[in-house]
Design a binder for this molecule. Structure first.
Ligand SMILES: [Zn+2]
Ligand SMILES: [Zn+2]
Length: 271
């Protein structure tokens, strides 16, 4: 399993020089598994991943959405695959929005109030599939996926992706409560080779952002250790934290647990 980070920022993209080391694009990760492409979230990193996929003539992709907050969807409308006949995107997300289907949510992204080209005019093949959080499914031959609902306003899906004996856990946008352990999340992380974890805030800032649905590297390390995970990629950094701040947080996390490292745009991790 090959993992490439295309966007590691949370909340909003940051196009300034002091954000270039870790990167300013929002949530988007590319996975190469058994020769196929799986994408986690459609933040502003997605258009640049899309350009790279076109260069490599990769036409068919699977997109797993954690949720539909704008920092996880803002790149979707600029993902060139959706405008090219013969290209396909299979989109999966948890049914967690009342009567709305996943196709309804994608249509909303492309509604005429938000975008000049509407869903029904797209010449590519889009398959929108919903599941219930907690479901397990085979994404394609050889890839098993487990899902879990995290603590986040309107919910956010955690994915545990297992293939070729390796395990990746994608746990972005989750809020922890001091003194409590999210046992379901620990179960998802059990023995993972890599956990991508929401490290939006510092422990000092978190109390001022209660209810916003985010966590800290300290909690990520604690959960990884409880779960016997091997490594943790810090992810979804606050846009208020420039490279100097994130580098300092990464140094603190590494000192606390050598398995921790700060995800950077362009970074590749092989499991
Ligand atoms: Zn987010
Ligand atoms: Zn969110």
């Amino acid at each position: 399993m090959r993992i490439k980070f295309w966007g590691v920022r949370g909340s909003v993209s940051c196009a300034y020089p002091d954000y270039l080391e870790y990167g300013g694009n929002t949530s988007c990760i590319e996975l190469e598994i058994l020769g196929k492409t799986v994408i986690l979230d459609a933040g502003t990193g997605l258009p640049w991943l899309g350009n790279d996929l076109l260069k490599r003539d990769v036409r068919d992709v699977h997109l797993l959405m954690s949720h539909f907050h704008s920092d996880h969807t803002n790149g979707f409308n600029y993902f060139k695959h959706i405008y090219i006949p013969g290209h396909s995107i299979s989109i999966r997300a948890a049914l967690n929005y009342g009567d709305l289907t996943i196709e309804d949510l994608i249509r909303q992204q492309l509604s005429e109030n938000l975008h000049p080209v509407q869903y029904e005019h797209l010449p590519s093949k889009l398959d929108c599939l919903g599941f219930n959080a907690g479901d397990e499914f085979e994404l394609f031959d050889g890839v098993q996926v487990k899902t879990y609902m995290l603590t986040h306003p309107a919910g956010c899906t955690c994915y545990r992706i297992e293939a070729e004996g390796k395990v990746l856990v994608y746990a972005t946008d989750t809020e922890h409560t001091d003194g409590e352990t999210d046992e379901g999340l620990v179960e998802m992380m059990k023995g993972a080779d890599l956990v991508v974890y929401d490290c939006t805030y510092t422990e000092e800032e978190l109390p001022t952002k209660l209810g916003w649905g985010h966590s800290t590297w300290n909690e990520g390390v604690r959960l990884c250790q409880l779960a016997g995970a091997k490594r943790m990629a810090m992810y979804h950094y606050s846009p208020d934290y420039n490279d100097d701040v994130v580098a300092d947080l990464e140094a603190q996390a590494r000192a606390a647990w050598p398995g921790a490292f700060g995800a950077k745009e362009g970074m590749i991790v092989e499991l």
